[in-house]
Design a protein around this ligand. Sequence first.
Ligand code: ATP
Ligand code: MG
Length: 313
Amino acid sequence: MKAPWALLDAQKNLVAANEAFLSFFNIKAPLGNIKDLFEEFPQSYGFFKLRSKKGSPIETIISPYPDDLILILLKSASREAKEEFQMEKLAAMGNLAGHIAHEINNPLGAILLYANLLKEDLPSEGLQADYVDKIIKLATRCRIIAKALLNVGRREPGSIEPLDLNRLIINMFSLVEGHRLFKEIDIVWELEKTLPLIHGNRSQLEQLVLNLITNAAEALEGKGRIIVRTAYLSPEDTVIFEVEDNGPGIPPEIRPRIFEPFFTTKSGGKGTGLGLAICYGIVKRHQGEIQVESRPGCTVFRVKLPRVILNYE
Ligand SMILES: Nc1ncnc2c1ncn2[C@@H]1O[C@H](COP(=O)(O)OP(=O)(O)OP(=O)(O)O)[C@@H](O)[C@H]1O
Ligand SMILES: [Mg+2]
């Protein structure tokens, strides 16, 4: 989708605009004046963050144009459009993944059942017993992946209860800190003391925390520093949860793909590539957002969760 743009005359009347601009502001003829679209419109050229009458701040470039016209280009709107596209793509992938998982889950259960029955009838030693053990092991692995995929594709957050996110994070961490992956990692806690309770699904939020801290520790290859942060944004009534690591960072070329199911850079069966796809699904089901900022030496995953899930039955 092209970036939304419009041309204004000296009186700030819209004289031309592209389709993206018109649909962004939902304009039908006549085009009208820029003052109808923005709370305030600057008198100078440059780069501005403007508040539209729709409410959201928009990064905007205002520049001179031939014939005494003014070009206005909505930067973040085009980025939003891209993100929207990306989100729809992820949602579609998640649905497909969930559907496939659902279809293979039952036959897999049957394979495991029959393999276990076969095992009972076989002598416990020997080649055949080894083969059956392999079938059971591999089918079990498929089952774990199928279950994880179901988590990617699910639509509802499941049972919702009031949760103390700080406590949930600390409890989750106490389960993994004994693991050798975390042995030489310093954990810095920056938890907001007066964090309000939030509405959420306990096991899904635990999974979210686990996946993000595991990724951070894996990126650090066992050595480094992880900062775990929480905060409360009262104007938005939103809780923030951040995991920051000082690892190598996410290369820009792979950045757009990290939330896709099965995207991994971890070779040798170390990663399935489902961790972040699951996180994405969980956050969306909680009507939240997940963002990442990364450069070498600093990667931050930021999760925003509304304190209360609206319209949820
Ligand atoms: N903190 C991080 N620093 C650097 N790269 C990261 C970080 N978190 C995620 N990534 C990148 O994103 C990819 C996808 O992450 P994701 O958690 O979805 O899968 P995975 O960790 O590879 O496998 P799985 O989570 O299924 O074990 C990773 O393979 C890695 O390349
Ligand atoms: Mg992972």
